[in-house]
Each structure stands twice: as C-alpha cells, then as structure tokens.
Write a protein that binds this ligand. Sequence first.
Ligand SMILES: Cc1cc2nc3c(=O)[nH]c(=O)nc-3n(C[C@H](O)[C@H](O)[C@H](O)COP(=O)(O)OP(=O)(O)OC[C@H]3O[C@@H](n4cnc5c(N)ncnc54)[C@H](O)[C@@H]3O)c2cc1C
Length: 282
Amino acid sequence: MTELQLTLSPEQSADNQFIKKQIAKNLDIETNDISEFRIIRKSIDARGRIPLVIMQLRVFINENTDKHIYQEPFNYRNVSNKKEVIIIGAGPAGLFAALRLIELGFCPIIVERGKNVKERKVDIANISKNKELNEESNLCFGEGGAGTFSDGKLYSRSNKRGNTNRIIEIFHYHGAKDEILYEAHPHIGTDILSVVVTNIRKTILECGGQILFSAKVTDILIENGKAKGVRLADNRVLKSDYVILATGHSARDIYRLLQEKNIAIQAKGFAMGVRVEHPQEL
Ligand SMILES: Cc1cc2nc3c(=O)[nH]c(=O)nc-3n(C[C@H](O)[C@H](O)[C@H](O)COP(=O)(O)OP(=O)(O)OC[C@H]3O[C@@H](n4cnc5c(N)ncnc54)[C@H](O)[C@@H]3O)c2cc1C
C-alpha cells in the first residue's frame, strides 16, 4: 500500500480508468498491478483559469484489500434497561448527545417540541403555500433541528473543538455519501440530510432509546440545585437525575425559563452570512 497525490482536470478526476493509468505511470507499475485505489482527500484549486482537482490517493498494489476495509468503530448497543437521560431537543446537539450516551451505556429519552422530519416537511411547505406557520413545527423546530433543510455543509473554520472526523463518520454510517469522508469541503445535500436524520432516529430507537415528538418542555424540575426532570406543555412530568438542554438558538421561551430560574446563561458571538442575487449583466 502506498499513497500519492494527483492534480487533474475535473473531467479526468471523474474518470477512474484515467486515474488508474496516472497512478501506474507515477509509480512505474502496470495498471493490472493496482488492486484498488481509494480517495483519501479531494479538494479543488479554483485560483487559475481552469480549475484543478487535487486528489490524495491510497493505492493497493497486488494485495488483498479486504483486510483494509474501513469500519467505523461505533458501539451502538441495547441500553433499554440502563439509566435514563432526558435530552431536550432533537437538533444536531440532541441527536449526537443521544448517540454518544448509547455508546457510554445510558438510555436517551429525547423530548422534541416539533414533529418528525417527514411531517415537518408538510408544515414547512404550508408556510410558503398557504402562509400558515405552525409555531412548533417549522424551519427552526422539529426533528433534525434548525439546519435540517439546508445543504448540510460539514466544514468549519474552527479546528479546536475535538474530533470532527468522527462526526463525519457518524453521518456516513447513517447514510451520507462516501465523498464526505475525503472531500475538503464536504456537504451532505438537502435530500440526503433528512434520510440521515431518520436513520439516526432508527439507531436511537433500535438501541432502546425513546424520542417523544410534539412534546414541548415548559419547565425544568430542580431540587436542591440539581435537575430532576422536566414538565411538558400537556403537564406530563418526566423524571431523571440527568437532563441535557439542547434547545438551540431559536427557543426564546427556554431563555426566559432559565432566567426565571436563575440559571446562568451567556450570550455568545455569531457569524452572519448574506446572499446577494443580482442580474447577470451586473
Ligand atoms: C437555514 C439554515 C441553514 C444552515 N446550514 C448549515 C449548514 O449547512 N451546516 C452547518 O453546520 N450548520 C448549518 N446551520 C446551523 C445549524 O443548523 C445549527 O448550528 C444547528 O442546528 C444547531 O444545533 P442545535 O442542536 O444546538 O440546535 P437546533 O438545531 O436549533 O435544535 C434544537 C431543537 O430543540 C427543539 N426545542 C427547542 N425548544 C424546545 C422545548 N422547549 N422543548 C422541546 N424541544 C425543544 C427544537 O424544536 C429543535 O429541534 C444552518 C442553520 C439554518 C437555520
């Protein structure tokens, strides 16, 4: 096994036979000697007149590649009888907290004010079609959280927040394309993102976790300074010694609740992007 980098045109980079020939030429071997090649990283250099694709490749030469099959080391197991942890919100923070808890041997109970991703789509279509807003199921609220109907961009300028590769592997495990494992600026794509969210839900349920939809938390129960559970809008009470708050930016009622309960909250900076569309002649 060896690694090499090729710089190709976009057409060449989409042609596996061409890539194989280039590998053979670079390594001074026959194309038949190449058992397999895998793309480890792919980026586009668009600075010149003609864009270039830079590919980092792992090449297997005359060897059985079975032993190199990559398997994400996830430990999603049955946690139905384990200690329950309430997670408020089924956005990325809540869903990923649930997956991690399963690996650590806890049973996640997600409480989400909105609907599942499929029903949420209907409510979102209703906003533009009929100008009707469902205050609990919309672009901000519902399974998958705020970015569920976005492009699902997976890159960040921050590299000081832990292992982002693992997050990408979790998305891949739940149905995102292979490309996200190696592209320099990976994105999941709007169509696939809702499938990935649904698959994450399936993992949580198969492991014995629970997800309650249309279940809005209106109070966090606190005894002696410790969280003891939550109260829902329909007055149901769920109890647990562990409560994770993953309600995102848009839950203003939760900010007010925290303030009323004298729980410290801190404003943080945010980045804002603006898209300008204009006629081509400009
Ligand atoms: C249009 C758009 C496009 C985006 N595109 C991208 C992108 O391409 N890449 C990227 O990395 N980020 C993107 N983002 C940002 C990303 O969506 C957020 O950073 C992310 O969703 C935050 O995750 P979160 O789980 O903290 O909160 P949220 O996603 O806001 O999830 C919070 C969840 O909690 C639920 N909730 C709130 N209050 C309660 C309550 N009282 N009881 C029960 N449930 C409650 C909500 O319904 C929601 O589902 C985008 C955001 C938007 C709005």
